[in-house]
Write a protein that binds this ligand. Structure first.
Ligand SMILES: NC(=O)c1ccc[n+]([C@@H]2O[C@H](COP(=O)([O-])OP(=O)(O)OC[C@H]3O[C@@H](n4cnc5c(N)ncnc54)[C@H](O)[C@@H]3O)[C@@H](O)[C@H]2O)c1
Length: 255
């Protein structure tokens, strides 16, 4: 018996085999789920290629979360592969370089707006676009980086994540009556493509080295992926608007 037997999932955000979403998809399949991936634009083919490294082949549908046309077409595109969804994984983040790396005081509104559109509003956009597929309720899980404090170099991405945390709580409020749970996994730093685009990312690695009571491995996305699988399963049936920290314990420590 797998934890996700019979579940149909849409997993966004698979870019490389280091992507957190790749490991969510991999573990979800090994726990019995049927997985549909989404990707967009120039990286679509790359996602298709990486999908070949999953335990089972997974179809890839086209979804740029900032495109209303793609969002409107999502139910039809997903229905070409599965007859509905029991879960959706939001593993999408992007901020222009000027919005991170210590440039906080000088970032333009246009660049901040891009970060918030792709990384924050997209949780609402993706969830609402998926609602026609979740007639019997479902579980939406997003990937967060603890936004309760100001980190070095994270800058406007930190603001976008604070917005993501709030967005997930409002989605939980609005969609609870329809049986849809919305939760986040706040992961510690992981060496993915998104992380490589953050100038000065190494600073995080040192914080985690010093402060994680359980220790932290920046090349191991599996702990975060496992938490996503758990939240997608039936084992958190009355949990919504929650943030599960998978960070080796850093969020709970003082200096
Ligand atoms: N890597 C970390 O240290 C870390 C820690 C905590 C949370 N997270 C979060 O995890 C999530 C996944 O990131 P990752 O670290 O696995 O990196 P990643 O680079 O593998 O994934 C980021 C994904 O966002 C997708 N994306 C960007 N713009 C998009 C758009 N307009 N439409 C659709 N997809 C788009 C990219 O295609 C990519 O697949 C992000 O939300 C990130 O902020 C990452």
């Amino acid at each position: 018996m797998g934890l996700l037997d019979g579940k149909r999932l849409l997993v966004t955000g698979v870019l490389t085999d280091a992507s957190i979403a790749f490991h969510v998809a991999r573990l979800a399949q090994s726990e019995g789920a049927q997985v549909v991936l989404s990707s967009y634009g120039r990286v679509f083919r790359l996602t298709e290629r990486i999908a070949g490294r999953l335990p089972q082949p997974a179809p890839v549908v086209s979804l740029d979360v900032t495109s209303q046309e793609d969002l409107d077409a999502l139910p039809e595109r997903v229905r070409a592969h599965v007859d509905g969804l029991d879960g959706v994984v939001h593993a999408i983040g992007f901020a222009p370089e000027s919005a991170m790396g210590g440039n906080f005081l000088d970032t333009s509104w246009e660049d901040v707006a891009t970060a918030v559109h792709v990384s924050t509003f997209s949780l609402k956009a993706l969830t609402v676009a998926s609602m026609p597929l979740m007639a019997d309720g479902g579980s939406v899980v997003g990937l967060d980086f603890d936004a309760t404090v100001a980190w070095p170099v994270y800058d406007w991405m930190g603001v976008a994540k604070a917005g993501l945390e709030s967005t997930s709580r409002y989605l939980a409020r609005h969609l609870g009556p329809q049986g849809v749970r919305v939760n986040l996994v706040a992961a510690g730093p992981l060496r993915t493509m998104a992380a490589k685009s953050i100038p000065g990312f190494e600073e995080f690695e040192n914080v985690w080295k010093d402060r994680a009571p359980l220790g932290w491995e920046i090349t191991d996305p599996e702990p975060a992926a496992r938490a996503c699988v758990a939240l997608l399963s039936d084992w958190f049936p009355r949990t919504t608007g929650e943030i599960v920290h998978v960070d080796g314990g850093v969020h709970a420590m003082g200096a």
